[in-house]
Design a protein. Structure first.
Ligand code: GLY
Ligand code: MN
Ligand code: MN
Length: 437
């Protein structure tokens, strides 16, 4: 990746901070990377998950106890914790293209930061565990007036952020292919998961989320993460939702496979066609809620086409039938967080913008804008709990229950791509990655 991409990224993010500081009346923003968390009554730590606001400023994703201080018109300051510690591996000296953009002070204990940090005027702390910093002189902790515009703008990715997500897609695509091969070889869910890890070169703790590796009926559990070690007698179908991380930026990819040429394989292929067609039509200015509803209609149409329901797709949406088979949102913003922040706000001030009552799980309700990266992840599932609810309603008359029973052993299908919005046809970072590997 070219160094200028990062330099441009940092310039953009710092400009956003300066504008947000000026507008909210703060003089300084101090962003803390985080403190490692210890298990209750234990001395073992959970995997460290850095403050995403910190991670957006520089690619230090395994560095607790660090601070970036941003003041209007000044070079940002980095306080870099490199502890004296012979129990653990200590972070190496700061290195990389980003180093030149910061005034760096190395500290050896977390407490040293207090004297190194020069608080001037009204300083805002951005991070977790604010109780540790009560007496450091901050005027506010995580003030919404400062954070809301920054989070809103994080929905629009810089070119550097896009390149990281694209690279995370290439790692994911390579690992997805290895997982597919392991499925075809009859591996267990755990065996497939290992194949994924090996091909990705990532440790489990480096994945953006726990891999969803679901054989057969398990595909009907939306977030199935059991990873059974026993091979099933028969592997009919395989749903894998797994990503990768590059410089703290995630990919979030789902693919579904059928072992045999059958109706389930046809359902996967048909959903794939609709997914690509609807993605191609996405343009800035449209509403993501409308995109979600358009996918509900398409899924209704597929249910009719495959004989699962007896009424047309639009009527199925109106009668609430599609949400039995597609009970989640069509996607979400993607970035440092898999479900990136500020998807459900109406404006840079953070005014809540909840999803429509009929679609409570939709995680993105904003107008679609150029430079947004979001997922598009339609699915059709055969979920006992939801099917039983539908069976008890008058709408049950519109369902071909024998067809439902025939599909149940395959669990469900989901196809998830990561999409960058442009002025024209969106850039599908996931398809691009599969084509490249
Ligand atoms: N992997 C979680 C999701 O697709 O949102
Ligand atoms: Mn997703
Ligand atoms: Mn996913």
């Amino acid at each position: 990746m070219s160094p200028s991409l990062y330099a441009d990224h940092l310039r953009t993010v710092l400009a956003r901070y300066e504008a947000a500081l000026a507008a909210s009346g703060f003089d300084q923003a101090v962003v803390h990377s985080g403190i490692p968390k210890v298990a209750f009554q234990d001395d073992y730590h959970y995997a460290f998950k850095p403050n995403p606001n910190f991670l957006q400023l520089l690619p230090l994703d395994r560095h607790p106890g660090c601070f970036v201080s941003i003041s209007i018109g000044k070079k940002p300051q980095l306080i870099f914790l490199q502890p004296f510690d012979y129990w653990h591996v200590v972070p190496e000296d700061p290195s990389g293209d980003w180093v030149a953009h910061f005034d760096i002070t190395v500290i050896r204990t977390p407490a040293e930061a207090k004297s190194v940090l020069k608080l001037t005027g009204k300083a805002a702390f951005i991070g977790e565990d604010s109780a540790h910093f009560d007496d450091w002189g901050f005027a506010a902790f995580n003030p919404q007036t400062l954070l809301a515009p920054l989070h809103w703008q994080r929905g629009l990715k810089t070119a550097w952020e896009v390149e990281n997500i694209a690279a995370a897609n290439r790692i994911g695509a390579r690992a997805h292919n290895a997982a597919r091969d392991a499925f075809l070889a009859g591996e267990s869910e755990l065996g497939i998961h290992y194949a994924y890890l090996r091909a990705s070169g990532l440790k489990e703790s480096e994945l953006p989320y726990g891999n969803i590796v679901a054989l057969n009926e398990h595909g009907a559990v939306l977030h199935y993460t059991e990873l059974q070690s026993k091979k099933p007698a028969q592997s009919r179908s395989f749903l894998i939702d797994a990503g990768a991380n590059v410089n703290g930026y995630a990919s979030d990819i789902t693919r579904t496979y059928a072992r045999d040429k059958n109706e389930f394989a046809e359902l996967i292929a048909a959903l794939d066609v609709h997914q690509l067609k609807l993605i191609d039509a996405v343009r800035p200015g449209q509403s993501y809620v409308d995109l979600h509803i358009a996918f509900n209609r398409a899924i209704g149409g597929l249910l009719k086409q495959f004989g699962v329901i007896t009424i047309d797709g639009d009527s199925a949406v109106e009668q609430g039938i599609t949400s039995t088979f597609f009970p989640h949102g069509i996607g979400h913003l993607l970035g440092i967080q898999v479900h990136d922040i500020a998807g459900r706000v109406a404006d840079p001030q953070g005014t809540p913008n909840p999803p429509p009552a009929a679609h409570p799980y939709l995680r993105l309700t904003r107008k679609i804008e150029k430079d947004m990266v979001f997922t598009v992840e339609p699915g059709i599932y055969f979920i006992d709990m939801l099917l039983n609810e539908l069976k008890a309603k008058p709408q049950a008359a519109h369902v071909n229950w024998a067809k439902v029973e025939a599909f149940k052993p395959f669990g469900g299908v989901r196809i998830e791509d990561n999409v960058l919005i442009t002025d024209g046809t969106p850039r599908n970072l996931t398809r691009e990655a599969f084509a490249a590997v």
